[in-house]
Design a binder for this molecule. Structure first.
Ligand SMILES: [Zn+2]
Length: 157
């Protein structure tokens, strides 16, 4: 009686799980949002979190988030492989532009799609967008830097 009841159920469940795994590997990672305060807590002492600034020229004359990488939205598509290499030891990437309304989420989605299409193992589990972008970050008094290094080494500010 036990076997009669449980065997088909278990088989079905295992099948579903396998199906889900296949789907996850081939599927774009979903992009979620994170607030500045949460990102500060998340990135503190965690070398596996990288912040990707996709602003264009404005990064030069404005400040930037301490420790952030710069991959301008204008040349973003061409630099996808370079970004993947630069962040190969990370598990979380957080994208932002000035307000994270258009360029930030667009580039985050593009990178997510790129990783899925590449069909290679990547350690990146989370792709996020910083809510309110750089402007919100600066307005809330979070650490910024004005160096000209790319990526920012995070030793200033
Ligand atoms: Zn810097």
């Amino acid at each position: 009686m036990c076997r009669f009841l449980t065997a088909p159920f278990d088989r079905r469940r295992r099948g579903e799980r396998r199906g889900e795994l296949v789907e996850v590997v081939g599927m774009a990672r979903s992009v979620s949002y994170v607030s500045a305060a949460k990102l500060v807590a998340m990135a503190r002492g965690n070398p596996r979190v990288a912040i990707i600034d996709v602003r264009d020229e404005e990064r030069r004359y404005q400040a930037h988030i301490t420790g952030s990488h710069h991959f301008a939205s204008g040349s973003f598509a061409a630099r996808l492989p370079e970004l993947a290499r630069a962040t190969s030891d990370k598990d979380t990437l957080v994208f932002h532009c000035a307000l994270s309304k258009v360029r930030g989420p667009t580039c985050a989605k593009m990178f997510s799609d790129y990783l899925s299409e590449k069909k290679e193992e990547s350690g990146i589990k989370n792709i996020m967008v910083l809510e309110r972008g750089f402007n919100g970050w600066e307005l809330s008094g979070q650490p910024v830097c004005r160096c000209t290094d790319a990526p920012c080494k995070g030793t200033c500010s």
